[in-house]
Design a protein around this ligand. Structure first.
Ligand SMILES: [Zn+2]
Length: 227
């Protein structure tokens, strides 16, 4: 099972860690420590999306050498305020934390014209490879958004493994690696179920029902911003 985190806080009351993170995505450091304890030695991958600086400060010391970890990094954020620096990415990569793609500007890939889509995928991959000095062959889909065009373009530029936000254990029918999102409300019992590959039908149903609405909203935001 693949778990999906975003940012980590030491504050009892989770506050938004960035413009992209609503409260529910920010997990308390004690929760993460508990999740690592529960999943150590199991077939569980801890993934962190976007590249918030709290990953280096609070998550990295807990996960390093204990659980398999992948960071999905949006290239344009690297080295800017509140986000991981190139040096931090190199340091964590050197200690066995995998670095993978998450686009350049954190854009909904399914909404982009072909040239911009290719740039988001290819430039982000090359940029991360330059930073860590080794090949990048995995990525995750921003906001979980994709269509056939996105998957074809991603595979064309060399991404062999693509992670989605679909709460399923294993690989989806489109060949994507599912992930279950961990929220600040996620309980230890739920983590125990996830590590055994169990996701409730209710959660899956909620995800697949909400997704068309999410895509529609993302498209509206894009239209608004592109005038
Ligand atoms: Zn993201």
């Amino acid at each position: 099972m693949n778990l999906m985190y975003h940012s980590i806080t030491i504050n009892a009351d989770p506050r938004p860690a960035s413009q992209f993170h609503r409260n529910k995505y920010t997990v308390h450091v004690d929760q993460l420590a508990d999740h690592v304890r529960r999943c150590e030695g199991q077939d569980v991958v801890f993934t962190f999306d976007d590249g918030h600086v709290s990953i280096h400060e609070h998550a990295y010391p807990l996960v390093v050498n204990r659980v398999k970890t992948i960071l999905f990094i949006s290239l344009d954020f690297v080295g800017t305020a509140n986000w991981l620096s190139a040096a931090q990415l190199r340091e964590m990569h050197g200690r066995g934390v995998a670095i993978a793609g998450h686009g350049c500007g954190h854009l909904n890939l399914a909404s982009l014209p072909a040239a911009q889509l290719k740039h988001e995928l290819e430039h982000s991959r090359r940029g991360l490879e330059d930073i860590i000095g080794s090949e990048v062959t995995a990525m995750s889909l921003v906001g979980g958004h994709y269509n056939r065009r996105v998957l074809e373009a991603a595979r064309d530029v060399g991404y062999e493994t693509i992670y989605s936000s679909e709460p399923v254990a294993g690989v989806t029918r489109h060949g994507l690696h599912g992930r279950v999102c961990v929220y600040w409300t996620t309980t230890g019992d739920e983590i125990d179920a996830y590590r055994q590959g169990r996701v409730s039908r209710q959660m899956q149903l909620a995800y697949y029902l909400k997704r068309p609405l999410k895509c529609l909203l993302a498209e509206r935001v894009r239209r608004k911003h592109s005038g």
